[in-house]
Design a protein around this ligand. Sequence first.
Ligand code: NCD
Length: 308
Amino acid sequence: MSWLAHTSITSVRQFDRSDLDAIFTLADTMREHPQTYQDLAHGKLLATLFYEPSTRTRLSFEAAMARLGGRIISTENAAEMSSAVKGETLADTIRIVSGYTDVIALRHFDAGASDVAAEASSVPVINAGDGAGEHPTQALLDAYTIRDQRGRMDELTLTFVGDLAYGRTVHSLSILLTNFPNVTVHYVAPDLLQAPSWLVTFLKTRGVHVLTDDRLDARVLESTDILYVTRIQKERFPSGVRHEDTSYRVDASVLHALSPHAYIMHPLPRVQELPAEVDRDPRAIYFLQARLGMWIRMALLARALTLA
Ligand code: NCD
């Protein structure tokens, strides 16, 4: 079913090709003519309810709402500072917050939390990351960045490297790519952190060519259009698993083997896997990627509030 039949955004599975085209076109227009949209959400209130740390996602949602002329209330540390500490359920918290506001952006540590919230809410809920589940707005901004830089989403070879088991941005972007023809996905990670089998199966049944490997080999890098690097999500590891066993890094040999026409992306925050030296490489587009997220979130807020 098309996203236009929903208002909450819990998974990228809600979006079909025409929804994506509509969102990207709206984000383009907002970026080109921001003044036209500066009062669109006047009188509307966004709640950002975050149970996990965030810099980009929360602040870009808030910047997006402010640029649409709306207002914001925010709990940036809901795990410790909300009634969750007293034992309130997420559903009850959402019932209360949705009574005060027009739209809620929720980040939570449990996969599936945004479905629980959307069910309990009387206003649209936007999933801003649910545990190791999904991060649909990140996938939309990732795809928007690829389209912006490459001009197209089809005929794409994308290599994911890093934590593909617990990285929710990897899950959401992978699912989103199934909307486009002739896509190849390389999953490069140690066994412990490989992409979940449900994801590999889902992509294959949707016609995506999937390859898995445990190291970044020069042949893979040569054919890669987008190198999507991710952080080890050590906070999501089951106890007993050592993240020291999983280190990797975009080093000079990776940059050398990567095609001159490729782009390097990362949802950020980066740690040791993407050294600051890479920032000077013209193929590095991760700061642009973060910036473009604000326009995508403006488009999504406008759609969720049925203002555009
Ligand atoms: C990501 C997340 O929270 O899943 N960050 C983001 O939203 N840009 C990636 C991460 O934390 O590694």
